[in-house]
Write a protein that binds this ligand. Structure first.
Ligand code: AMP
Ligand code: ZN
Length: 112
């Protein structure tokens, strides 16, 4: 989608700190980290919210990419959190689905 921030990142029109890429997903550091490790995993295909997602394989690939990256970065054993925000109540601000992966500190529950 031409006016989507994350589609522009995938196309290289907006710079990002890439961590991982395969044929379906792209991962990069969040520009506003809320944990020592904070990266985003997005599908290369534009999907605006989880409500519009209909491909279980693609949605699953986002989680598996996050765990692979956490292992490669060395914090998987200590633990991490993966979150997908959806629409206003979920505090979604970028309407191209993305998993947040947070690690490197103790998380709290429930989230704010
Ligand atoms: P959400 O509120 O779940 O939609 O999360 C959007 C996330 O995208 C936020 O954590 C932002 O810090 C992050 N973000 C926005 N613009 C960029 C960018 N250009 N590069 C990396 N992360 C970004
Ligand atoms: Zn998009």
């Amino acid at each position: 989608m031409s006016d989507c921030l994350f589609c522009k990142i995938i196309k290289g029109e907006i710079p990002s700190e890439k961590i991982y890429e395969d044929e379906d997903v792209y991962a990069f550091h969040d520009i506003n980290k809320v944990a020592p490790h904070h990266f985003l995993v997005i599908p290369k295909k534009h999907i605006s919210t989880l409500n519009e997602a209909d491909d279980p394989t693609l949605v699953g690939k986002l989680s598996l990419a996050a765990s692979k990256i956490a292992k490669d970065m060395g914090f998987a054993e200590n633990g991490y959190r993966v979150t997908m925000n959806c629409n206003d109540d979920g505090a979604q601000t970028v309407y191209h689905i993305h998993l947040h992966c947070l690690g490197g500190r103790q998380m709290t529950w429930p989230p704010g």
